[in-house]
Design a protein around this ligand. Structure first.
Ligand code: SF4
Ligand code: SF4
Length: 443
């Protein structure tokens, strides 16, 4: 494989495919001793990363090696759940020197970067930190695949898990810019009369009522669920009512804190204390300031709380309040010994979580359909991920081919702002640029 450069990765528009979409060329411009491939995929019902690893093992390893070379790392590790022994067995003979596999327990959350780095390397990222603070870089499986290809082709495709109440749960390979509706139809359509759509995952994703919402470079899953699903009901509850109930019903049992993965890493977050902000104005106090370190994993609300309250929402709302006020905690207290005491034995087993959420009936293995989903029309969002929205580089009426750039980050102080370009995902003609979307149709 020819050497991939940071510039190749930037031009190809590679961003983190497993989360907020941080531009990968920025991550790989740093120096670290280890690169971790994150195949932990701990959201219930999702199989995309495991399936990509199963079907594209060598390119993923190539992407890992490219990342290791760029950051100067001697060590590469692929973190994948131990239950996927068949994938581990097929990967093992392909591993080059310096690369190993870390089998992970089947628990939630295993794919959070902070948890993965601790589970695999035994290093604790400090509150507000990033993996680089402990000499590591973390890449999602699909991101590594895109890094390996960056010298030859930009990111125009996406893998996506379609699961829940659909006829044929699967992992699809789709052009960026197709609709959720097309993805659900490709999986045989919904099997419930009143489908609700959760994008991203039942724990950390969001409800999406617009079935014509567009798949972008960070969309990892669409899950179809009936209205009576706990996951849907919890998300449709209205905040004033939840705040009122939380104020009177929280008995300060602290189960939410005792199972909070970030608290268990020694970070100064204690959701049971944050619940007190429903009653009192505690902004500025540690109870609320610690919410800045909440990763919004939802474990406290959807698993830990025996009263069916929503400490996660309390934390995330306070977190946003702190961010809006520009409140920072320069030297937050940090207990690096706490993980050794508790982090290993307080994980939420996946089987138990799935049961608690009433998802066991949707059990699936998400086989990958390798053919690219056919699309006659796509909408390429100019804002798909972390960084500045792109500026369109095409005009209506212009013919484009797959891989042509259609938007690029704006210039700031003489250089491109943080971000990544976006590209045409089908051959066709630009028919419109409206509301931040470049529409391309086959003519
Ligand atoms: S687990 Fe629920 S009831 Fe217990 S402290 Fe947390 S929010 Fe309150
Ligand atoms: S969502 Fe809850 S459990 Fe998760 S990090 Fe935030 S406070 Fe902790």
């Amino acid at each position: 494989m020819a050497d991939v450069t940071v510039q190749d990765i930037a031009s190809a528009g590679v961003v983190g495919a497993g989360g907020a979409g941080f531009p990968t060329h920025v991550k790989l411009s740093a120096k670290a001793d280890t690169v971790l491939i994150n195949a932990a995929e701990c959201e219930p019902l999702l199989h995309k990363d495991k399936e990509v690893l199963r079907n594209y093992a060598q390119p993923v390893i190539d992407g890992l090696l490219a990342g290791m070379k760029l950051v100067g790392a001697a060590r590469g590790v692929i973190g994948i759940k131990e239950k996927y022994q068949d994938v581990i067995d097929s990967l093992t003979p392909k591993l080059p020197a310096g690369v190993s596999i870390a089998p992970l327990r089947d628990a939630y959350p295993a794919g959070d970067e902070f948890i993965l780095v601790y589970d695999v390397l035994g290093r604790v990222i400090p509150p507000g930190g990033i993996p680089l603070h402990v000499n590591a870089v973390v890449m999602n499986v699909e991101t590594a695949l895109n890094v390996a290809a960056a010298g030859q082709k930009p990111v125009t495709e996406k893998f996506i898990s379609v699961a829940g109440a659909v006829r044929e749960p699967m992992t699809l390979r789709v052009p960026v810019g197709v609709t959720l509706r097309q993805c659900v139809q490709a999986a045989g359509g919904a099997t419930t009369d009143q489908p609700n759509y959760v994008v991203g995952g039942v724990m950390m994703g969001r409800l999406e009522d617009d079935l014509d919402a567009l798949v972008d470079k960070t969309t990892g899953a669409v899950l179809v669920l009936p209205p009576e699903s706990i996951v849907v009901r919890r998300r449709r509850r209205d905040w004033p009512a939840m705040a009122r109930i939380g104020r009177s019903a929280c008995d300060q049992c602290s189960f939410c804190t005792e199972l909070c993965p970030r608290y268990l890493l020694g970070h100064p977050i204690e959701p049971h204390r944050a619940m007190r902000s429903l009653e009192f104005n505690l902004v500025g106090e540690a109870n609320v300031r610690g919410t800045a370190f909440c990763c919004e994993c939802n474990l406290c609300s959807l698993y830990a709380c025996p009263e069916d309250l929503d400490p996660k929402d309390v934390c995330s709302r306070n977190k946003r309040r702190l961010a809006a006020a520009g409140t920072k905690w320069p030297n937050p207290p940090f207990n690096p010994d706490r993980p050794k005491l508790h982090a290993d034995n307080r994980k939420a087993p996946m089987r138990r979580l799935i049961q608690k959420l009433g998802l066991h009936k949707y059990h699936n293995v998400g086989p990958l359909r390798p053919e690219l989903l056919a699309a006659a029309k796509v909408g390429i969002k100019l804002k798909q991920h972390v960084g500045a929205p792109c500026e369109a580089t095409v005009k209506p009426g212009q013919a484009v081919k797959i891989g042509d750039p259609v938007g690029r980050p704006p210039m700031k102080d003489g250089k491109p702002a943080l971000g990544a370009p976006v590209h045409a995902s089908i051959d066709g003609t630009v028919t419109a640029i409206e509301n931040g979307v470049v529409w391309i149709e086959k003519k």
